[in-house]
Design a binder for this molecule. Structure first.
Ligand SMILES: NC(=O)c1ccc[n+]([C@@H]2O[C@H](COP(=O)([O-])OP(=O)(O)OC[C@H]3O[C@@H](n4cnc5c(N)ncnc54)[C@H](OP(=O)(O)O)[C@@H]3O)[C@@H](O)[C@H]2O)c1
Length: 283
């Protein structure tokens, strides 16, 4: 049996028939991930964000993809991930349409940039509420649905979108992202705790740590830092992140290929994080 599985490479990255929920799935990284899940064979992908029209538009685009399995569908489930009420509303909407969930992408996130001296309490709280507390509430509330079909052999998956800002220091100065950076470090460690807690229930919990990906959230900062071209040049791989970079990591973590990866944090930043320690010596 085990030997046969080793030779079953064509299905190693398949998500045939899987049911997924993607928060922050209406645009940006979440939409790229949702597109990948569907094209890898998922039968249902629930797309959630606050704005119903944005979720509907994303689902329309996803459902028009040319290479989906027969019957595969993206389903719009608007909800506010920052409040427990919103998370419970999301769970109720999803539960009305499926009796189980195989994959949960806790991807919705918010940021705030302002200098240290005036960095407001309300912004810090807002960022923490969605990026940390909201993620914990989401995973806890969805655990029963994730457990329904989960086994150690074929685990259900949680993937948290953290950031390299949670591994290194975030943006400082005029547009300081103190709360954001702290929230991404916190959610990474939350992921490690939950990996150990939920592993025996047949649920893996991993994090991805993207670097700079042009998106609605990052574009302002990109411009202030001198633009996409300048930042791309400074990256060891001489480019910024793309949708495909997220797609590949998410399909790996949610398919059989990633079944034994638990509590991990995968950096997707072209190696830029490690440049921060560089001494910039020109020898
Ligand atoms: N882009 C980057 O360079 C980068 C780097 C590292 C990490 N990340 C992380 O990647 C994730 C996605 O960010 P992105 O760059 O793709 O940004 P984005 O394009 O701005 O997307 C953010 C998504 O989250 C949703 N959202 C925001 N607040 C929400 C709330 N309270 N409840 C539910 N959904 C909410 C947004 O939709 P609505 O407005 O309709 O709610 C949208 O779908 C975030 O966790 C972010 O921190 C991004």
């Amino acid at each position: 049996m085990v030997e046969a599985q080793l030779h079953d490479f064509p299905s190693l990255f398949s998500l045939e028939g899987k049911v997924a929920v993607v928060t922050g799935g209406s645009r940006g990284l979440g939409l790229s991930a949702a597109s990948a899940l569907l094209q890898a064979g998922a039968s249902k992908v629930f797309i959630s964000s606050r704005k119903a029209a944005a979720c509907d538009a994303a689902c329309k685009a996803l459902n028009a993809l040319p290479n989906l399995r027969p019957g595969a569908q993206a389903i719009s489930v608007p909800a506010d991930g920052a409040t427990l009420e919103g998370v419970k509303h999301l769970l109720a909407q999803v539960s009305a349409q499926t009796d189980h969930v195989d994959i949960l992408l806790a991807n919705a996130g918010a940021t705030w940039g302002e200098k240290f001296d005036t960095h407001p309490d309300s912004a810090f709280a807002k960022v923490m509420d969605l990026n940390v507390r909201g993620v914990f509430n989401l995973i806890r509330e969805f655990a029963p649905l994730l457990q329904k079909r989960a086994s150690v052999e074929d685990p259900s998956r949680v993937v948290i979108t953290s950031s390299v800002a949670g591994l290194g220091v975030g943006t400082l100065g005029k547009q300081g992202t103190y709360g954001y950076s702290a929230s991404k470090a916190a959610v990474l460690h939350l992921g490690r705790n939950l990996a150990v807690e939920l592993g025996p229930r047949g649920i893996t919990v991993n994090s991805i740590c993207p670097g700079f990906f042009p998106s609605k959230m990052s574009n302002g900062l990109l411009d202030m830092a001198g633009g996409a071209e300048k930042l791309a040049k400074a990256n060891p791989m001489r480019r910024l992140g793309r949708g495909e970079d997220i797609a590949g990591a998410v399909v790996f973590l949610t398919s059989r290929a990633g079944a034994h990866v638990n509590g991990a944090a995968i950096e997707i930043d072209g190696g830029a994080l490690w440049q921060k320690g560089e001494l910039h010596l020109k020898l």
